[in-house]
Design a binder for this molecule. Structure first.
Ligand code: LMR
Length: 398
């Protein structure tokens, strides 16, 4: 039965990690997968998470099933984190959600849910978008089309072309937006641009589907949700996939939320019954631990304050690495203008070099990044910055 199966190439992002781990060069640098690292190159467990886990260990009384939606406490706290307490959609009782295994779980559940509402509906994704969006959404049955987003030649948004393409999108179609910290390019929409898109969604009737994987990594928890919240005030229906992997550092615990906003409370109840049925037919229900940690942090003032401080520290480190990188590339004499890196947000930017140059950096210098030249900024540090910039400068000259 399985003999005819051919082997597939390694995942473009996760595959890099295995090659990096096998590399024995002591100067090797991993700028591949989007995982936060501190100055020492570690991905720490946040103190707020450790404290929440300690409390949970003491207070947990059962391991009985939680149900397909996860706990009500998690869902309420996360809805408020994403939408902001008092958002009109929450006040109107039009929001329903489910705790999911990571942001990927949320994307997949929402895609299957949308496919139930309209089979093979078209979803428009940015060009470029995160590589895993395509299988997560496409394997659920949605048809993928793309809209222009980022101009590699000028390292800036192609907003006019994006608007022009999205003018043809109407009711029954979905448009995927990155809430903040665009993966892979780091170029985000301005508030004015969100306003234009919200008006288009309202007028044309398409359904926004927003991926919020990096809330708190751009400017702040609230500022990063600005476009999402505006959109949710402008349209009757919307989907949101939220991830707790990065902002809570809970990568391997797999915790996220699939959220839908409906026209009214009645359609919300019907929609939620479908969403939970999608979950039941996939993985039955989410694992509890990660969601319990998030709930404990968000519902305790002290833990929450500690978490927000740790999140701020991660964000500020990345932002200072961005300016440090631009300065060091200049100092190393790297050909080109890299100032755009300083303006971009979140974990990633494209360095803007060719796939051949990316390969050369890997082979000759043990510097690992995705073929597109996407770098995960947090993999840089004061220790490896000069080596990285000197290597890039050499490769650009060769
Ligand atoms: C990334 O883009 O590197 C992260 O979102 C991790 C992943 O699963 O690809």
């Amino acid at each position: 039965m399985f003999d005819h199966l051919s082997s597939l190439p390694a995942d473009p992002i996760l595959g890099l990690l295995a090659t990096y781990r096998a590399d024995e060069n002591p100067r090797k640098i991993d700028l591949g997968v989007g995982v936060y690292k501190d100055e020492a190159g570690h991905t720490p467990v946040l103190q707020a998470v450790k404290e929440a886990e300690t409390r949970l260990l003491r207070s947990e009384e059962t391991k009985a099933y939680v149900g397909p939606a996860g706990t009500a406490g998690f869902n309420t706290a996360m809805q408020e984190l994403v939408l902001g307490a008092g958002h009109p959609a929450l006040v109107g009782n039009r929001v329903r959600s489910a705790q999911t295994p990571g942001g990927c779980g949320a994307l997949r559940v929402l895609a299957e849910f949308a496919n139930r509402a309209k089979e093979h509906a078209t979803i428009w994704v940015s060009d470029p978008t995160w590589a895993n969006h395509v299988p997560l959404l496409g394997n659920a049955g949605l048809q993928i089309k793309s809209y222009p987003y980022y101009d590699r030649a000028t390292s800036s948004l192609k907003f006019d072309a994006m608007v022009e393409t999205l003018k043809q999108v109407g009711e029954g179609e979905l448009v995927l937006f990155h809430a903040c910290c665009h993966n892979p390019c780091g170029a985000d929409l301005s508030r004015e641009q969100w306003q234009v898109l919200a008006e288009m969604a309202q007028k044309q009737g398409f359904t926004p589907f927003i991926d919020m994987a990096y809330q708190g990594f751009g400017d702040s928890l609230d500022a990063d949700a600005y476009g999402l919240r505006l959109m949710a005030e402008s349209v009757p229906e919307m989907l949101v996939a939220a991830s707790c992997s990065k902002n809570f550092g809970l990568y391997r615990e797999r915790v996220g939320m699939a959220m839908a906003i409906y026209r009214d409370a009645d359609s919300a109840d019907r929609g939620q019954s479908q969403m939970l049925n999608v979950v039941r037919g996939n993985y039955s229900m989410p694992p509890n631990h990660g969601g319990a940690i998030v709930e404990a942090i968000l519902t305790d003032a002290g833990l929450r304050a500690n978490w927000e401080a740790e999140l701020t520290e991660m964000r500020e480190r990345i932002n200072s690495l961005r300016s440090g990188l631009v300065e060091s590339l200049e100092k190393a004499g790297a050909v080109g203008d890299f100032h755009f890196i300083q303006q971009q947000k979140g974990m990633f930017s494209f360095l803007g070099i060719t796939p051949e140059q990316v390969q050369k950096l890997q082979q000759d210098y043990s510097i690992y990044m995705v073929d597109s030249s996407r770098i995960s900024i947090a993999g840089l540090s004061r220790n490896n910055m000069d080596y990285f910039c000197a290597s890039v400068a050499e490769v650009l000259e060769s």
